[in-house]
Design a protein around this ligand. Structure first.
Ligand SMILES: CC(C)(COP(=O)(O)OP(=O)(O)OC[C@H]1O[C@@H](n2cnc3c(N)ncnc32)[C@H](O)[C@@H]1OP(=O)(O)O)[C@@H](O)C(=O)NCCC(=O)NCCS
Length: 218
């Protein structure tokens, strides 16, 4: 692999050509992260026709998601922030998905990160944590030892998980949320911004506050 200097001034390997699926605000950060990691972002795809021909950080939106087979790329990643939408796209498209890890993150060698998961700048992930596919570990999040993070989950910026926390598939942990050791957040649940999980949050609920509890509507 050819070494190159990323936009963060870090020397990284040139990883090849990457197609990014999704042209919203989240894509901007995914593209910046992919480049910092050494990817050449060769194309962006989005099903909204009004995005076609536009550019995100100089990367051109060349067509819709059905065009993925015709783009000459080595790997692909989905840059859609909404967890259910990201899963729908992953279920529908055939592609060689790849995980992307920002070079300015600190990840222990024992950590397992599934294909399609993106880890942003400033993240710290401690030993023996396992993360599923197509997840988002957003800017400045920290995940301590032995956590289990399901596929399609999103840990928003500044999330802090203590050791042995379980996060179910598709869960959203809002910006600045936290979980104490050994707690669990169910599949497709949402923990509101700043929420603190001190026991079990069931699946498919919205839990807010300290302690984070489901609202009366759930
Ligand atoms: C929890 C959340 C999902 C609720 O969104 P919503 O369903 O649109 O709810 P509303 O804004 O209508 O608020 C409903 C009630 O919950 C309260 N509430 C909303 N978010 C809250 C939060 N994070 N903590 C405590 N209370 C909250 C509101 O004050 C309101 O209270 P009221 O009924 O007494 O007036 C949302 O506020 C949130 O925190 N999202 C996280 C987003 C995020 O971090 N995304 C990551 C981007 S990278």
């Amino acid at each position: 692999m050819r070494p190159c200097l990323s936009s963060w001034g870090v020397t990284v390997s040139n990883l090849g050509r990457l197609v990014v699926v999704g042209a919203g605000g989240h894509a901007k950060v995914v593209i910046a992260t992919a480049r910092a990691a050494g990817w050449d972002v060769c194309a962006v795809l989005d099903d909204a026709p009004q995005t076609h021909g536009s550019e995100i950080l100089g990367a051109r939106v060349v067509g819709g998601t059905e065009d993925i087979g015709s783009v000459e790329a080595d790997k692909a990643v989905i840059a859609i922030g909404d967890n259910k939408s990201r899963k729908r796209v992953a279920d529908r498209l055939e592609a060689s998905w790849v995980s992307i890890v920002h070079p300015a993150s600190v990840i222990h060698e024992s950590v397992v990160i599934g294909d399609g998961t993106v880890v942003f700048a400033g993240v710290v992930i401690q030993p023996d944590t396992v993360i599923g596919v197509h997840g988002i570990v957003n800017t400045g999040a920290s995940i301590d030892h032995d956590c289990r993070i399901g596929s399609f989950a999103h840990l928003a910026p500044g999330t802090n998980l203590a050791g042995n926390v379980t996060v179910g598939e598709g869960a959203l942990l809002g910006i600045g949320s936290r979980a104490i050791p050994g707690t669990s957040i169910g599949s497709w649940a949402t923990v509101g911004a700043g929420g603190v999980v001190i026991d079990r949050v069931p699946g498919n609920v919205v839990a807010v506050g300290l302690p984070a509890r489901p609202s009366m509507d759930d």
